[in-house]
Design a protein around this ligand. Structure first.
Ligand SMILES: Nc1ncnc2c1ncn2[C@@H]1O[C@H](COP(=O)(O)OP(=O)(O)OP(=O)(O)O)[C@@H](O)[C@H]1O
Ligand SMILES: O=P(O)(O)OC[C@H]1O[C@H](OP(=O)(O)OP(=O)(O)O)[C@H](O)[C@@H]1O
Ligand SMILES: O=C(O)c1cccnc1
Ligand SMILES: [Mg+2]
Length: 558
């Protein structure tokens, strides 16, 4: 694609397919095809429809959500085309009475007549505001409902989960996504790695995701590596070249043993531990011989304080003699606050006693069933953890299974439509709309405002009435200091509009981090956060309620 001088890309429609090859036009619910047939049979399939994709409630008891999954949606529609085999399968799956002409129609369709406007991926978003507005022939757009909702639901949920973990951990901590083995299948695993990165994680252990998306890869080693060693005698090749190549240590195993007794008998550590586990020492020594520049040891296989930490320090000091700097340790069980403090104390004592600069700052990684609550508990107790490896709770979104994204018809052939419900929160907001984020004096977003498509946009410095869509008494005047139009054109259909570029993953991640930094702190706090305001213009408010009364039958009391 060629960049135009103004930074936008030309409107050519060549876009790679979705990451997962299972994402085809058949990845939808049967009823989308039966509806498409009925639209076609009634001659209604070309009716111009507008659908909004949105969610009704923020997840995890919070007051914000991060929008993700847009790139995959655009990759999907850019390549939307039925194969003959797929058409045969649809034919077999529908009643035999379905006429051939419908299958000819399916054969011809793609998304070149569909327009998609969306909020940029990685943005902070709020209930009821359309994340996507999709416009086009009703039969085609209807077929997009299930795949779009599928591609956005988990993506936004897990990105939000990751962002929440980042918020609790704090900016300075390293967050590693370790969830592949526990994710809901291969797509869950790949998606988790991609979207946790967007949500603010630093790296993943998932090699396939590293290759697909260029996410930094990180890892330590497992208990199996430690317990696979029985004794230091197993180490045959004990030779290690110094880091600058100037000397050779013929017996690295012996050097480690020497350091272990020096630590054991040192002034400040004498009596703090006795004999350490020698098979663990062998495993650490062997790992250091394999990775002298990246030595990180899992120290909880036998006993963290009495064995793992002193063994690690002996190997790290031996490496230091040869000009290498060890990375640190991983703790994977026990009281992580207490053990991390013990480890730090040990490292600092060694730095002092043996004059090894930087030893006190070695990295302490913690893992083991971590989640938002445990991170919060660790913060409250005080700890010395620098990096967290998080798997199960993060990638399975254990605290909330789904986001509840919906796809609702808001206009057909320029006629606004509404979906009523006993539950007011489920009443849809009709009309093809424009959406704005209004910023206040202090630079914080104040409110998201939806208006009808043809209303004049809010203006900086001009007072505008923002109304709760359903609650008459909730309204406020806002004088915006900045107005941001939220929905941008990502797929122009048959219009001449310029198409937004699909930014690289790093930029989406950057956007997510910046957006959350910009939120007013009371929307972000974990306990009883303040809801962010989502509103409609006075004109749209009046229209919603006019349509509501129009569509709701009047009851009769007997
Ligand atoms: N200081 C702490 N405060 C709160 N939660 C903690 C703290 N330290 C660890 N945890 C959490 O407590 C749980 C401990 O897990 P569990 O009861 O399975 O014990 P364990 O340490 O894994 O023991 P083992 O694996 O040796 O059986 C984990 O979810 C861990 O994240
Ligand atoms: O705890 P999670 O957040 O899922 O993070 C990943 C975990 O996966 C690995 O062990 P695994 O759970 O396979 O075995 P273990 O529990 O016996 O250590 C690793 O040691 C972590 O503990
Ligand atoms: O590299 C690690 O330490 C790791 C990777 C995945 C799961 N648990 C740990
Ligand atoms: Mg585990």
């Amino acid at each position: 694609m060629d960049a135009k001088p103004n930074g936008e890309y030309s409107s050519d429609r060549v876009v790679d397919g979705p990451t997962n090859p299972m994402v085809t036009p058949l990845l939808t619910d049967l009823y989308q095809f039966t509806m498409a047939y009925a639209y076609w049979k009634a001659g209604k399939h070309q009716d111009q429809a507008v659908f909004d994709l949105y969610f009704r409630k923020n997840p995890f008891g919070g007051e914000y959500t991060i929008f993700a999954g847009l790139e995959e949606c655009i990759k999907f529609i850019a390549n939307f085309k039925f194969t003959e085999e797929e058409i045969d399968f649809i034919r077999q799956s529908l009643p035999p009475s379905c006429e051939d002409g419908f299958f000819d129609y399916l054969r011809g369709i793609d998304c070149s007549d569909v327009e998609v406007y969306a909020i940029p991926e990685g943005s902070a978003v709020f209930p009821k505001v359309p994340l996507l507005r999709i416009e086009g022939p009703i039969a085609v757009v209807q077929l997009l409902e299930t795949p779009f909702v599928n591609l956005i639901n988990y993506a936004s949920l897990v990105t939000t989960n990751a962002a929440r973990h980042r918020f609790v951990a704090g900016k300075s901590k390293i967050l590693l996504e370790f969830g592949l083995r526990r994710a809901q299948g291969p797509d869950g695993g790949i998606g988790a790695s991609k979207y946790c990165y967007i949500g603010g994680f630093d790296a993943t252990s998932n090699v396939a995701a590293g290759r697909l998306f260029g996410i930094p890869l990180r890892g330590t080693h497992s208990h199996a590596f430690v317990s696979s060693y029985m004794s230091p005698d197993e180490i045959i090749d004990k030779l290690l070249l110094s880091n600058d190549g100037s000397s050779i240590c013929e017996d690295f195993v012996g050097l480690v043993q020497t350091w272990l007794s020096k630590i054991q008998w040192s002034n400040s550590l004498r009596g703090t531990f006795g004999e350490t586990n020698q098979s663990e020492l062998a495993a650490f020594t062997s790992y250091a011989l394999a990775f002298p520049n990246n030595f990180l040891a899992l120290v909880d296989t036998y006993d963290v304080v009495r064995s793992g930490i002193p063994n690690f320090c002996a190997v790290a000091l031996a490496l230091s003699d040869l000009g290498y700097k060890a990375v640190g340790i991983r703790l994977d069980s026990g009281d992580l606050a207490y053990l991390s403090c013990e480890a730090r104390r040990f490292f600092c004592t060694i730095e002092k006693e043996f004059g090894v600069p930087g030893f006190g700052n070695l990295t302490i990684t913690a893992s083991n069933d971590l989640n938002e609550e445990t991170l919060d508990a660790l913060n409250k107790q005080g700890h010395e953890v620098d990096a967290y490896g998080i798997g199960t709770y993060l990638v399975t979104c254990y605290a909330q299974a789904a986001l509840g994204v919906v796809f609702k018809l808001v206009e057909i052939n320029n006629q606004p439509r509404i979906k009523l419900s006993e539950d007011v929160s489920k009443v849809s907001i009709p009309c093809k709309k424009r959406c704005y984020r209004l910023y206040g004096k202090e630079g914080y977003p104040l409110v998201d405002l939806m208006t009808g498509e043809n209303e004049p946009p809010p203006k900086v410095g001009e007072r505008i009435l923002c109304r709760h869509p359903f609650n008459e008494s909730k309204r406020a005047y806002v004088v915006p200091q900045q107005v941001e139009e939220l929905l941008k054109c990502y797929w122009p259909g048959s219009s001449d509009n310029a198409r937004e570029i699909l930014p690289p993953l790093k930029d989406i991640r950057e956007r997510c981090i910046k957006q959350l930094e910009q939120m007013r702190p009371d929307h972000m706090r974990r306990l009883n956060p303040t809801p962010y305001k989502v509103s409609v213009s006075a004109k749209l408010y009046d229209f919603i309620h006019f349509l509501w009364l129009n569509e709701a039958p009047v009851g009769e009391l007997q």
